[in-house]
Design a protein around this ligand. Structure first.
Ligand code: HEM
Length: 146
């Protein structure tokens, strides 16, 4: 039978949203992941820590809000919400002012986030979780690059 890549992709995206929400529920039972995510990210990019310190609204609250925003975006993107591409363009523009110009920052932030979620899930993490994160990362980075 002929494959229908478009429909398959949409189905995968919906599954990714459900999978991510399940992962986040497990994380929520273990406490706040915010500090762990930023510690990991700043260990790779100490210069990013300086960007957060230099920003007008600097502090853990802003970092928490940004993380919540990223997670919402990942869920909404995976659910195929139509507002996401335009929003990603404006995120990219806003972040030029913070100094986060290189897309590598975003890739590494998402990798740090996925690693922390993976660490919390431990043995409950499945190969499909890795595949879902790979898809979500590729999509988000493509949206930021557009
Ligand atoms: C992965 C996608 C990302 C999204 C969707 C995103 C979104 C946001 C949003 C919505 C805010 C405003 C938070 C608020 O004040 O309520 C913010 C702030 C900020 N973001 Fe991001 N961000 C992303 C990645 C990054 C990366 C990779 C960096 C690298 C350094 C970065 C650096 C900053 C900085 C420095 C602020 C300053 C906040 C302040 O005013 O203190 N962001 N981000």
């Amino acid at each position: 039978m002929a494959q229908q890549p478009h429909h398959e992709a949409a189905g995968e995206r919906r599954d990714d949203a459900a999978r991510l929400l399940r992962q986040l529920e497990v994380c929520a039972d273990h406490g706040d992941i915010t500090a762990a995510v930023y510690d990991r990210f700043f260990a790779i990019h100490p210069e990013a820590a300086a960007m957060f310190e230099a920003a007008p609204g600097a502090g853990p609250i802003t970092q928490g809000r940004m993380l919540a925003y990223v997670l919402d975006l990942l869920v909404d993107q995976a659910s195929g919400q139509s507002y996401v591409p335009e929003l990603l363009r404006s995120v990219r523009q806003d972040h030029v002012g913070y100094g986060a110009i290189d897309l590598g920052f975003y890739a590494d932030f998402l990798a740090a986030l996925a690693d922390v979620v993976h660490g919390v899930l431990g043995s409950a993490w499945q190969p499909a979780d890795t595949m879902a994160w790979d898809r979500m990362r590729v999509q988000l980075l493509a949206g930021l690059a557009a």
